[in-house]
Design a protein around this ligand. Structure first.
Ligand code: BGC
Length: 263
């Protein structure tokens, strides 16, 4: 992850909080928003040090960053995360709800506790983070950006992944609804819907050539997406240039949702 001088500073003087930013798409978004000039709060779960790679990448490129551990489904921890953000950087302008998990297993045998865990991270997490961030943004009175990392599976069924699909479908309507409620405060809310992006969430497929070939056959552009490509879209949606975008999902999937499946 290198600092790329091509980027204009679209986000100077902005403060962004990115959940699940220790790896994968969240890590790329954190770095890219930093390259655009924002100060970044990197949320992570797990042991201290989990987000060190992200922090180091940002700081060695001259950016400002802080890592805070918080479980996105826990309102007390999320409030502490927002308080820490404001204490260190003065305000909060951009929230990226990126943290997400999946567990593939046939529906008829799917353990309820796993479903509850997936709901907690993928749906309760964005709800809690958006609610607490929106209160802060409303108090500041300067608008804001909420960007949720959803999936093509907010629309597209994926057998063996019903709980994940259900949470992403929920996120689709959460976004649409709160976008309307928050519009009077000039807080925009949008989803990014990635397809198959090469990150640790798909480690099982990346390690299995036959599975990978099956997946690639579903994608008109015939390749994995890169986390940096998703981060470019996030940088746009976070910027002033996207002031008129709200309540929508922006898919970035190599054409996956348009695959006709014909011979
Ligand atoms: C899922 C991946 C899946 C990809 C494309 C993502 O949202 O996390 O497991 O490969 O969508 O189907």
């Amino acid at each position: 992850m290198e600092f790329d001088k091509r980027y204009a500073l679209k986000l100077q003087n902005k403060v962004a909080m990115v959940t699940g930013a220790a790896r994968g798409i969240g890590q790329s978004i954190a770095l890219r928003l930093s390259q655009e000039g924002a100060a970044i709060v990197v949320d992570y779960v797990g042991k201290p040090g989990t987000a060190d790679t992200t922090l180091k990448a940002i700081k060695s490129a001259g950016g400002q960053a802080l890592a805070v551990a918080a479980d996105v489904g826990n309102p007390q921890q999320v409030q502490a995360l927002v308080d820490e953000t404001v204490k260190n950087f003065g305000h909060l302008d951009i929230l990226v709800n990126n943290a997400g998990i999946e567990f593939k297993h046939p529906f008829v045998e799917f353990p309820l506790e796993q479903f509850q865990k997936i709901i907690s991270v993928n749906l309760i997490g964005p709800f809690v983070c958006a609610q607490i961030a929106a209160r802060q943004m409303i108090q500041q009175g300067t608008g804001g950006r909420i960007i949720n990392i959803s999936s093509v599976h907010e629309d597209l069924p994926m057998p063996t992944n019903a709980p994940y699909c259900a949470t992403k479908g929920g996120l689709r309507m959460l976004t649409r609804t709160i976008a309307v409620e928050l519009a009077p405060h000039k807080i925009t809310v949008n989803n990014i819907g990635p397809g198959a992006v090469f990150t640790p969430i798909d480690a099982d497929v990346e390690a299995n050539k036959a599975l990978e070939d099956t997946l690639m056959a579903e994608i008109p552009l015939g390749r994995w997406g890169k986390p940096e490509e998703v981060a470019s879209l996030a940088a746009f949606l976070a910027s002033d240039e996207a002031a008129y975008c709200t309540g929508s999902t922006f898919f970035i999937d190599g054409g996956m949702l348009r695959q006709s499946g014909s011979l």
